[in-house]
Design a protein around this ligand. Structure first.
Ligand code: ZN
Length: 322
């Protein structure tokens, strides 16, 4: 057994010695393992009680402190997590705000594109008028740029985003409507274009232009109401635009001739033909074979007399050739 002191605490369980007074004591006996003499001392009961009370308070105090420390540490961790979440959310809000700005810019780009499309087809007066009306309505609205309230990262970023979104909500349906109207107008324009004489109806040499000339038949001054394209008999003749054949017949002057009504006030005439490839009432498309070149009627050689009429008045076909 190692050397040392064995604390032999006696009287814990009531081995008490009574004094004359009512004072109670505990005797603590310390017995060394060596041959040395045992040490004993008396401790008054109130001291033990006091010690117990102090110890209890100490334990309770330590417990409360430890508990407070753990709670504080948990709170700190929670705050750290919340701050991290907050930081990420702020980043996401910034990102969303910048996305809404991108969307606004794209809507503005749509405006520009719309303007470009209108300018491409601006011969169409109805389309231009409609577009100008839409533009006036747009000017009454708040300009998009003024709604971008603040720079990224500050407190107004959410306001800015909300404003951008409400602008988009207001803007997009009307933009959609405008684009649908534009689509309709462009379709009409394309239709009109398909019905406007724009191609050369036959291959050959331009033998007589539109305008005043000396008639090769009578030798007198006359106004040539079309242009003559000379080539060999049988050269194919094509419709200058979509339309409906309104005449395919013979007349003394024009010989075998075809008249096509294209709508929009346009009619085209193909005269001195040798044969027809279409009948009256037939719908034809631009570039479709309608007959063959000939030398019928008042004609001095195989050629096509090609006339364009706008609202019943002969116009220069050259202006309609690409
Ligand atoms: Zn002619």
């Amino acid at each position: 057994m190692p050397d040392g002191l064995l604390f032999n605490i006696a009287n814990w369980t009531g081995l008490t010695s009574m004094s004359n007074s009512k004072k109670k004591y505990f005797t603590v006996l310390v017995v060394p393992h060596s041959e040395e003499q045992a040490i004993s001392f008396r401790v008054p009961l109130f001291m033990i009680q006091l010690l117990c009370v102090v110890l209890s308070m100490l334990i309770i105090g330590v417990f409360i402190l430890a508990r407070g420390y753990i709670t504080a540490r948990e709170k700190t961790e929670e705050v750290d997590i919340l701050m991290e979440i907050n930081r990420k959310q702020k980043e996401q809000i910034d990102l969303l705000a910048s996305e809404t700005e991108n969307l606004l810019m794209q809507v503005q780009r749509l405006d520009d594109l719309q303007e470009e499309i209108v300018s491409l087809v601006d011969e169409d007066i109805a389309l231009r008028e409609k577009h100008d009306q839409n533009k006036e309505a747009d000017l009454e609205k708040k300009p998009l740029a003024s709604l971008q309230l603040a720079s990224r990262g500050d407190n107004l970023v959410i306001n800015r985003m909300a404003n951008n979104i409400s602008t988009l909500q207001g803007e997009l349906p009307s933009k959609l409507k405008e684009l649908e109207q534009l689509k309709g107008a462009v379709e009409d324009y394309r239709k009109k274009l398909a019905h406007t004489p724009s191609i050369r109806p036959a291959q050959g040499k331009l033998s007589s232009p539109f305008g005043p000339r000396i008639s090769p038949i009578s030798g007198r001054r006359e106004f040539h109401t079309g242009l003559d394209i000379a080539n060999s008999t049988g050269t194919p003749i094509f419709a200058a635009a979509n339309g409906r054949v309104v005449a395919a017949e013979y007349s003394k002057g024009w010989g075998y001739y075809i008249m096509i009504d294209h709508g929009y006030g346009y009619r085209t005439k193909y005269a001195h033909l040798s044969s027809f490839a279409v009948e009256v009432g037939e719908q034809v498309e631009k570039g479709q074979l309608i007959g063959r070149m000939g030398n019928t009627g008042y004609s001095t050689g195989p050629h096509l007399h090609y006339g364009v009429h706008l609202n019943g008045v002969p116009v220069n076909p050259t202006d309609y050739l690409n």
